[in-house]
Design a protein around this ligand. Structure first.
Ligand code: 0RA
Length: 691
C-alpha cells in the first residue's frame, strides 16, 4: 500500500513540475520575500532553539521520545488523544487568525488521524533561521508552530496543549503533511518519530488552500492503547466549536462498517453553550446574559497584544453552581484569575443592585457568591497571548491582569443589563435572595444536627464496621448496597484497613433536593460521618478518614442507579474527593466457571469467551452468572472483589466536569428520555484502572 502511494506521488511530481503557474508560484521569490523576512525577524526575537541545526532538531525530537510524559502528560489513553488536540489546536489558531472556517477530524481505519483545515496552508518557503521549509520547521522544531502565526486576529498558542505539532511528529510511527498553497499541492512524510523521508515536494496543482495532516501514533510509545475513543474526540471538538463561534468542525469515525459523522458550528458561541448545558433544566428567563471585551497588554518582548474575554450566563430553577472557565480553549478546572474576576464583578454588582432596589434591607448581610451561584450556569472564556497555567494539574489560570479585565468587563455590562432589563433583574434577585434564605436555614439545620451529635467527627454511625488502622492513606471505606451483602463484606474484609458501611435502599436524589433536606437524610448522614471531612462548602479533604471510598453495588439496574446517586452526591457535596481520585467503583465478577475443581471468575463477556477458548469448553458447559453481590459468600466476595491482590476497581475521574454535570442532570432532572441513554453511557466518566 505505502509503496504504491509513493509511486503515484513521484509520477505526479514529474508531471506537475512542468506546469508553469505552479512552478512560478513555487519559485516566485519576490512574492514571498517579504513574508520570509517577517518570519526571520520573528525568529530572531524568539528563543535560541531557532538557531537549531539539523542535529539539534533530531536531538529535540529524541528528547520527546525519551520522556513523552514531560510533553503530553501520559502515554496512556489521554496522551494518545492529546496528539489530536495538538494538531487541531494548530488549525483552530489559523481559524482564530481569521483565515480558516472549517476543520475536519477523521479517525481512520488503523487508528490513524487526519486533520484537515481550509486555512492559508503552512508556509512552504525556506525559513531563514532553520534553513528548512516552513512545513519541516513546524513538524520538527519544538515549539515552532505558534510562533509563525503572528499578526492578524488574536494570536493564541493553545495553552496547555501548546507543545507543538513537532511533539506529535516525534511520537508518531509516521506523519504526512499535505499543503495546498499558491496553486500547488506540497507533500512531506516523516517516519520513526519525525525523521523526514525526503524534503517537502511539490506534487500537484490545486485551486484551494489548506493543510491536511495524517499521523499514526507510535505503538512503541503508546504501549497501553492505540485505540481512539470517538466519544472523547466528539465531545472535545463540540466544546471547541462552542468556544470558537462560527468555526465548523466535522468529526468522522471511519473505522466501522458505517461511517459516523457529526458537524458542529455555533454562531452564538458560548451563549449557545450555556443554553446547551441548561437544555434539560428550566431556565428562569429566555435570554443569555453576554459580556465581552478586550484589553491591550504588553508582552515581555515589548510588543503589545490583546487579552480577549467573554462570559455567558443564565439562571435555571435548580440549586447547583455550573461555572466553567476556559483559557485558550483549555478547560481551567482549577479556576484562576478569570473566575476570580467574574466572582468580584458578580458579588459587587448583584449586591449593589439588591440594595439600591430594596431586595436587601439595610440591616441584612451581603449576598454571598455561593448564593449568587445557585442555579447559575456560566461560561468564562479568555484568549490570552501568554497564558500562565498553574496549580496541581496546570489548569488554573495565573495571569494576574486577567482578574481586573474580567471584573471590569462583567461589572459594566452586567450592570447595564440589569438596568435595561428590570423584569429579568427581579427574577434573578428573587432567586438569589431565596438562596440566601435557604443558606441560613441550612446552616441552622446543620447546627441542629451538630448539636445532636450528628456531624461530630467523633461519633461514627452504628452501621459502620470500621477498620482498626487510623492511617487514612491505607484505609478503605466500602459503601455496600444492601444489608446482606454488607454482612458478607464485613466477614470477608481485611479488618485492619477495610471498613464497611451498608446502605439500605436508595439514597435521596440530591439533584432535586435542597440542602436543608439533604442533611436530614439518614443514609447521607451516615456517609458524611463515616468519611469524616464534612460537607460542601466546608468539606475538608485533609480530614477524611479513608483515601479509598469504594462503591460496591449489584451489577443490575438498581445497582447502577444507586451508584449514580452516590456519585452525584460526591460530585455535589464532596467534589475534592472525586478530583483527588479517592472514589472507586468495585468490580464484582459477572461469571464463575467451575472446571476440574477450580473456580474461574470473569468480569466481563470478553473474558468469559477467552476463558471458554482457553479451557476448551464445549458449548453448553455450565457457568454461573452473578446477579447480585448477595450470591457470593464472604470468602468469594473477598477473593474476587475486595482482596487488593486480585480485585479490579475503577477509579472515578472528573476529566470533564461539564460532561459529568450534564450526565448527572440528564439522569436526575425532570427530563426522562436522556436518562436511559445515560445509564448506557455512564461508564464514560469512570476510567479503567487496575489496582
Ligand atoms: C503561519 C503563517 C501562515 C500559515 C500558518 C502559519 C498555518 C499553520 C497551520 C497549522 C495547521 N494549519 C495551518 N494553517 C496555516 C500563512 C503564511 C502565508 O500567508 O503564506
Amino acid at each position: 500500500m505505502e509503496e504504491e502511494k509513493k509511486e503515484t506521488v513521484a509520477t505526479e511530481e514529474t508531471k506537475t513540475e512542468e506546469a508553469k503557474p505552479v512552478e512560478e508560484a513555487f519559485v516566485a521569490k519576490d512574492v514571498s520575500v517579504s513574508e520570509l523576512n517577517e518570519t526571520e525577524v520573528e525568529l530572531e526575537k524568539a528563543d535560541a532553539s531557532y538557531t537549531a541545526t539539523n542535529i539539534q532538531v533530531l536531538e529535540g525530537l529524541e528528547a520527546v521520545r525519551k520522556r513523552p510524559g514531560m510533553y503530553i502528560g501520559t502515554t496512556a489513553g489521554p496522551g494518545l488523544h492529546h496528539l489530536v488536540w495538538e494538531i487541531v489546536d494548530n488549525a483552530i489558531d489559523e481559524a482564530l487568525a481569521g483565515y480558516c472556517t472549517e476543520v475536519h477530524v477523521t479517525i481512520n481505519p488503523g487508528e490513524t488521524i487526519t486533520v484537515t483545515d481550509n486555512g492559508r496552508g503552512i508556509p512552504v518557503d525556506i525559513v531563514g533561521k532553520t534553513g528548512l521549509s516552513g512545513v519541516e520547521t513546524v513538524y520538527t522544531v519544538l515549539h515552532a508552530g505558534g510562533k509563525f502565526g503572528e499578526g492578524g486576529g488574536y494570536k493564541v498558542s493553545g495553552g496547555l496543549h501548546g507543545v507543538g505539532a513537532s511533539v506529535v511528529n516525534a511520537l508518531s510511527e509516521w506523519l504526512e503533511v499535505e499543503v495546498h498553497k499558491n496553486g500547488g499541492i506540497y507533500k512531506m512524510r516523516f517516519e520513526n518519530g519525525g525523521h523526514p523521508t525526503d524534503r517537502l515536494k511539490l506534487v500537484g496543482k490545486c485551486e484551494d488552500t489548506g493543510t491536511i495532516v495524517t499521523f499514526k501514533p507510535d505503538p512503541t510509545i503508546f504501549v497501553e492503547t492505540t485505540t481512539y475513543d470517538y466519544i472523547t474526540i466528539r465531545d472535545r471538538l463540540r466544546q471547541v466549536a462552542y468556544l470558537n463561534r462560527g468555526i465548523t468542525i466535522v468529526v468522522t469515525d471511519a473505522r466501522g462498517e458505517q461511517k459516523i459523522s457529526e458537524t458542529f458550528c455555533y454562531k452564538g458561541g458560548i451563549k449557545e453553550y450555556v443554553q446547551y448545558i441548561n437544555h434539560n433544566k428550566v431556565p428562569l428567563f429566555e435570554e443569555v446574559i453576554y459580556c465581552e471585551g478586550s484589553e491591550p497588554i504588553e508582552l515581555a518582548s515589548g510588543t503589545v497584544s490583546h487579552v480577549y474575554a467573554e462570559v455567558a450566563m443564565q439562571y435555571n430553577d435548580g440549586y447547583s453552581k455550573n461555572v466553567y472557565s476556559f483559557c485558550n480553549n483549555v478547560h481551567t478546572h482549577e479556576g484562576g484569575t478569570h473566575e476570580e474576576g467574574l466572582r468580584l464583578a458578580l458579588t459587587r454588582v448583584i449586591n449593589a443592585y439588591a440594595r439600591d432596589n430594596k431586595f436587601l434591607k439595610e440591616n441584612e448581610d451581603n449576598l454571598t457568591y455561593d448564593d449568587i451561584c445557585e442555579g447559575l450556569t456560566a461560561i468564562v472564556s479568555v484568549k490570552h497571548p501568554n497564558p500562565q497555567f498553574e496549580g496541581q494539574t496546570k489548569t488554573k489560570l495565573g495571569n494576574f491582569e486577567v482578574r481586573k479585565i474580567l471584573s471590569g468587563i462583567v461589572g459594566d455590562q452586567l450592570n447595564r443589563f440589569l438596568m435595561e432589563n428590570p423584569k429579568t433583574a427581579k427574577t434573578i434577585m428573587e432567586k438569589i435572595v431565596m438562596a440566601a434564605n435557604a443558606r441560613l436555614a441550612a446552616r441552622q439545620a446543620r447546627d441542629n444536627m451538630r448539636r445532636k451529635g450528628g456531624l461530630e467527627l467523633t461519633t461514627l454511625p452504628g452501621k459502620l464496621a470500621d477498620c482498626s488502622s487510623k492511617d487514612p492513606s491505607v484505609c478503605e471505606l466500602y459503601i455496600v448496597e444492601g444489608n446482606s451483602a454488607g454482612g458478607s463484606a464485613k466477614n470477608g474484609r481485611d479488618r485492619e484497613t477495610q471498613a464497611i458501611l451498608p446502605l439500605r435502599g436508595k439514597i435521596l436524589n440530591v439533584e432535586k433536593a435542597q440542602a436543608k433536606r439533604i442533611f436530614a437524610n439518614a443514609e447521607i448522614g451516615n456517609m458524611i460521618q463515616a468519611i469524616g471531612g464534612g460537607i460542601d462548602p466546608e468539606f475538608d479533604v485533609s480530614k477524611i478518614r479513608y483515601h479509598k471510598v469504594v462503591i460496591m453495588t449489584d451489577a443490575d439496574v438498581d445497582g447502577s442507579h444507586i451508584r449514580i446517586l452516590l456519585l452525584t452526591f460526591f460530585y455535589r457535596f464532596m467534589r475534592p474527593l472525586i478530583e483527588q481520585g479517592y472514589v472507586y467503583i468495585a468490580q464484582p465478577p459477572l461469571y464463575k466457571v467451575d472446571y476440574h475443581g477450580k473456580q474461574y471468575y470473569c468480569y466481563n463477556d470478553e473474558q468469559l469467551e477467552v476463558l471458554k477458548k482457553q479451557l476448551n469448553l464445549k458449548p453448553g458447559y455450565p457457568f454461573q452468572r452473578y446477579k447480585g453481590l448477595g450470591e457470593m459468600d464472604d470468602v468469594q466476595l473477598w477473593e474476587t472483589t475486595m482482596d487488593p491482590k486480585n480485585r479490579k476497581m475503577l477509579r472515578v475521574t472528573l476529566d470533564d466536569a461539564i460532561a459529568a454535570e450534564q450526565v448527572f442532570t440528564d439522569l436526575m432532572g425532570d427530563n426522562v428520555e436522556p436518562r436511559k441513554e445515560f445509564i448506557h453511557e455512564n461508564a464514560k466518566f469512570v476510567k479503567n484502572l487496575d489496582i
